[in-house]
Write a protein that binds this ligand. Structure first.
Ligand SMILES: Cc1ncc(C[n+]2csc(CCO)c2C)c(N)n1
Length: 220
């Protein structure tokens, strides 16, 4: 069994099953998701991508070979491009500007997820960092593909779905899975990889749930 399948079976599959039946996700395709929840999601995702791209540069800097350095560095740059292009277009359609994103600040789930990723990528081993960033790619690819099958009556939601359900994005994810399956690590490191993978999978669920409930800081 490959390492990535082991990760998925233990920490990914149970969370993924909950994600695809979450009302934020089902609402994207049956048209019941209100634009306010999607607005919250895109604003928070703009904060997330700023932090995620930095986390990927930390992974790139410690990668085992040049191909992996190049791949993670490219993805770090692409994460910024995604923010600029997809988000600029979606934010515009939702009547928001970058100033609104800055003014909103990052919410509790976003802050927790970004902090965890940054900590693991800065202080964990290379394998631990790869395990921590992997759910972001993998879950979005699988959710994208699933939603593409279901489609959406809302053109805004379709634009988002088509980005992650695309063949280009599938190739990106496959290259990260190939790197994951070649990781060399000790038994204790392997266990920590499982923990990080399971934790960031749960943060992916929490990110959608926070948008659905419009989670805010309890005080301040
Ligand atoms: C909360 C959240 N999780 C995952 C992604 C998807 N994603 C963001 S950057 C990147 C890799 C480099 O392009 C991927 C797959 C997202 N947008 N927001």
């Amino acid at each position: 069994m490959t390492f990535s399948s082991e990760l998925w079976d233990r920490g990914g599959a149970p969370v993924y099953a909950e994600i695809v039946r979450h009302p934020f996700i089902t609402g994207l395709t049956d048209g019941t998701l209100d634009h306010d929840a999607f607005r919250y999601f895109i604003v928070q995702d703009s904060h997330y991508l700023r932090s995620y791209s930095r986390a990927l540069t930390l992974v790139a800097g410690r990668a085992a070979d040049e191909d992996a350095v190049r791949m993670f560095a490219l993805h770090a740059a692409n994460a910024i491009e995604v923010e600029r292009e997809l988000h600029a277009s979606l934010l515009g359609s939702l009547g928001l500007t970058v100033a609104d994103v800055d003014a909103a600040g990052s919410g509790p789930a976003t802050t927790a997820y970004m902090s965890y990723l940054t900590a693991v990528c800065a202080t964990g081993t290379y394998a631990e960092a790869v395990a921590a960033v992997l759910p972001c790619y993998w879950i979005y690819r699988d959710v994208g593909r699933e939603l593409l099958k279901r489609s959406s009556p809302d053109p805004l939601y379709r634009q988002w779905i088509e980005t992650y359900g695309s063949d280009e994005f599938d190739a990106v994810v496959e290259s990260v899975l190939a790197v994951t399956d070649q990781l060399d690590m000790s038994a204790s490191e392997r266990e920590r990889c499982h923990q990080h993978f399971g934790t960031t999978c749960r943060y992916e669920w929490m990110f959608w749930d926070a948008a659905y409930t419009k989670l805010d800081w309890p005080v301040g």
